[in-house]
Design a protein around this ligand. Structure first.
Ligand SMILES: [Zn+2]
Length: 486
């Protein structure tokens, strides 16, 4: 019995000790699991690369979506541009309170992702709330809030540009030359990101020629028309640094060489012009004529330096502008290219960058749309700062072009911007894309200054409208007015 009892005692002690061990194993396992889970979670949040999360083919994006409520996208003045709303059943809906207004810049996240929703995906699905808050969220099985993206976009300027284009197709980019901040980016026709899923079949139908999903501001490739005279002028000045001011030409309204004939817009005869007045009054025949004197290899190099045929420093989807010209080309190609026709194609964004660099004494700042990232409690976790991308042209060249662009407003095709509370500079363009009645896209690129405010640059294109001075300049004017009056 005693032995049995002893055995029993030993056995009971063993059992108790086994139970303790079991309990310890369970407890430690649970702790290990918990720590592991948290570690994994934090690892996901902190260590894994942006590319890893952003890769749309990565299944693990879904893991983030299960753990994090997608963050909010704000305008510069903290208006909500995109937010996730969760209903009583836990169903999440991405909402865009401004409907079509920010369609292309902000994009959508409910039928694939585009715009900011795509390139800031990493930030929106990452949570920088405190670790105790994250753990509390994990334990209560409540999703943690993702970080918020505060953009550089201005609701007032976006609305102004959007309304000003009206029913036309086209695009507007507004930016600060000194910082590279993009203040507005509009593309028309547009779509409603709230209903993009429902509208998908219509938006992508083969017989839909509107291409609403295309962000014309960054992806639309257009002939630059006379806005390209900025580059032709620069090449002429580089080839004639000492005597470009003594350039003279007598415009009779048209100019022919070989089989090609170039007209001035609307049949205008500009008479005797120098380089600056050729630019200010946008004399096509003067530029076609001087184009034939240019060193085409150097001209091609200049355009490559000005980011034609090359990548642009922006995270949004865009198309590269193209410039094609070689010494073997016929006179007609050289003449057309010199006035922004021919094969040259640009995006409105690219023209905004060139214009901004001129306004900023030759220095191109890296354009950006995200001002900062903050956590759900409003603390900044990342701040974008203005950064120089490139000295695009010399300061001397910028000063000459500034003077020429000022002449466009004081005594040329941009007179509608004269005598305002601000001082405006620019270049108009009417880019012919076919030989019909409404066959011109109207362009304006320019910038404006006023004491006490940052300068702003704009690039405006209105498709199939008419002359730049008639359609694009008034849009720039409305944007300048709203900006400088507020
Ligand atoms: Zn002329």
């Amino acid at each position: 019995m005693a032995r049995k009892e002893t055995d029993g005692n030993i056995s009971a002690r063993k059992k108790a000790s086994a139970k303790n061990r079991e309990f310890a194993v369970v407890a430690y396992s649970f702790l290990a699991l918990f720590v592991g889970m948290m570690g994994y979670f934090i690892y996901f949040q902190v260590v894994l690369s942006e590319d890893f999360i952003n890769n749309p083919y990565n299944k693990r994006q879904e893991i983030f979506q299960e753990k994090i409520v997608r963050g909010t996208i704000y305008s510069a003045d903290k208006e909500i541009l995109a937010e996730t709303v969760t209903d009583a059943d836990g169903k999440e809906t991405r909402r865009y309170p401004y409907d079509n207004l920010f369609a292309h810049a902000v994009g959508y996240a409910n039928h694939g992702k585009t715009g900011l929703e795509s390139f800031a995906n990493f930030n929106l699905l990452r949570s920088n709330i405190s670790t105790p808050e994250k753990i509390a969220g994990e334990l209560s099985a409540v999703k943690n809030p993702g970080d918020n993206v505060v953009t550089t976009l201005s609701v007032a300027l976006q609305q102004t540009a959007f309304d000003a284009i009206g029913a036309f197709r086209g695009a507007v980019v507004v930016m600060e030359p000194k910082t590279g901040k993009i203040l507005a980016m509009v593309s028309k026709p547009d779509y409603n990101p709230n209903t993009v899923s429902e509208d998908w079949a219509l938006l992508t139908a083969e017989d839909n020629d509107k291409s609403q999903l295309l962000n014309r501001a960054t992806q639309g490739l257009y002939p630059p028309g006379s806005t390209f005279k900025i580059l032709t002028t620069l090449e002429y000045i580089r080839e004639h640094p000492a005597d470009y001011e003594s350039y003279q030409y007598n415009c009779t309204g048209d100019f022919a060489s070989g089989n090609a004939k170039i007209h001035c817009y609307g049949g205008t005869r500009h008479g005797s012009v120098d380089l600056k007045s050729s630019f200010a009054r946008s004399c096509n025949t003067s530029y076609a004529s001087l184009g034939l004197t240019l060193d085409l290899n150097r001209f091609k190099s200049l355009c490559d330096e000005m980011l034609f045929n090359s990548a642009l420093p922006i995270d949004l989807l865009y198309n590269k502008s193209s410039f094609v010209l070689s010494p073997n080309d016929a006179d007609s190609a050289v003449m057309e290219t010199s006035i922004g026709q021919g094969k040259t194609l640009v995006t409105p964004l690219h023209m905004a960058l060139i214009t901004s660099a001129i306004a900023n004494d030759g220095v191109l700042m890296k354009p950006y749309v995200i001002d900062h990232i903050e956590n759900a409690n409003g603390s900044t976790v990342e701040q974008n700062k203005p950064a120089v991308f490139l000295q695009l042209i010399t300061q001397e060249e910028a000063v000459i072009l500034q003077d020429f662009m000022h002449a466009v407003v004081s005594d040329g095709t941009g007179k509608k911007l004269k005598d305002q509370i601000y001082d405006a500079y620019g270049k108009t363009g009417s880019a012919e894309y076919s030989t019909g009645a409404d066959s011109s896209h109207s362009w304006f690129v320019g910038y404006a200054k006023m004491e006490g405010k940052e300068d702003i640059a704009v690039s405006v294109i209105v498709e199939r409208s008419g002359s730049g001075s008639e359609y694009a300049v008034p849009i720039a004017k409305e944007i300048f007015e709203v900006y400088f009056q507020n």
